[in-house]
Ligand binder design. Structure first.
Ligand SMILES: NC(=O)c1ccc[n+]([C@@H]2O[C@H](COP(=O)([O-])OP(=O)(O)OC[C@H]3O[C@@H](n4cnc5c(N)ncnc54)[C@H](O)[C@@H]3O)[C@@H](O)[C@H]2O)c1
Length: 265
């Protein structure tokens, strides 16, 4: 099936690791031109090389901290200079430190709020200016099933991800008339295939601080599909939602890709 993403200009934030990496490679297979925005430019460079090898006609790596609006605006400027416009934005950056809320500090709350929510605001606001002027565009934000389920040790993170779900529905309603579609993908636990898929800033760089092997086995056993997610599972959903050819009548939706962990209907 032709998703008609060839030569489209796509920005992926947090493109260097795990899910962002798989999303980047998913768009590369469709022949999209990709801007990889990450605080870890070295890791993003490695992914860009892989993306070009499998079909991306052009890649641009921009070192960018999405929590800083001036850096985000400069990153979008580079994307437009290099690829002419921005057709698709994937708000993928996210971060958490698993901890019961009673043990957390205000400093940790602020970090989680900035990376998971304010970064997404910065990128979405900048993208809308470009997309509205040409009456087309797709924005996909990566949330989490923690936003739908209430997940112990993920209170502030889950709250911010729930904020993303609500925010994106409003943005979908405000911008549908401008031909802009806005959707959300909620991963469940999604683990890298191997260590090369994560960079130094990845949440997964010390896997055991996230989940032990025993915890992962228990999570898989509890899921209807009996397996945890892989980054390509999320990438497939994102590429689908980004494509006007196959998802042109889909907006304001929150799609769980989590082995059946949450079922919302
Ligand atoms: N992996 C999971 O189990 C899982 C589950 C639910 C939701 N998610 C969400 O999926 C998304 C990707 O998760 P992941 O597991 O691939 O994460 P990851 O930690 O492996 O990768 C995140 C990437 O973002 C970059 N980054 C971090 N802060 C940044 C910033 N301020 N500006 C720019 N780049 C920054 C990192 O360098 C890294 O390359 C996140 O939004 C996360 O919350 C992941």
């Amino acid at each position: 099936m032709d998703l008609q993403l060839k030569d489209k200009s796509v920005i992926v934030t947090g493109a260097g690791s795990n899910i962002g990496r798989a999303i980047t490679l998913g768009f590369a297979r469709e022949g999209a031109k990709i801007t990889l925005a990450d605080i870890d430019a070295k890791q993003a460079d490695a992914v860009a090389t892989q993306a070009r090898a499998i079909g991306a006609p052009s890649t641009e790596v921009v070192r960018c901290d999405v929590t800083q609006l001036d850096q985000v605006q400069a990153m979008f400027k580079r994307a437009v200079e290099r690829h002419g416009t921005v057709d698709v934005l994937v708000n993928n950056v996210g971060w958490d430190q698993l901890m019961f809320f009673a043990q957390t500090t205000p400093e940790l709350w602020q970090k989680i709020i900035q990376i998971n929510f304010v970064g997404m605001l910065n990128c979405t606001h900048t993208a809308l200016g470009i997309m509205a002027s040409k009456n087309s565009g797709a924005i996909v934000s990566i949330s989490s099933d923690a936003s739908r389920q209430g997940e112990p040790r993920e209170a502030v993170y889950g709250g911010m991800k729930a904020g993303i779900n609500s925010f994106m529905k409003t943005i979908a309603k405000e911008n549908g008339r401008n031909g802009i579609r806005c959707n959300v993908v909620c991963p469940g636990v999604t683990i890298p295939e191997d260590d090369e898929e994560v960079g130094a800033n990845s949440m997964w760089v010390n896997k055991d601080t996230m989940f032990t092997a025993e915890q992962l086995a228990a999570i898989a056993k509890a899921l209807p599909l009996k397996k945890v997610g892989r980054p390509r599972d999320i990438a497939n959903a994102v590429v689908f939602l980004a494509s006007d050819a196959v998802a042109g009548h889909v907006t304001g939706q929150v799609l769980s890709v989590s082995g059946g962990y949450s079922m919302v209907g």
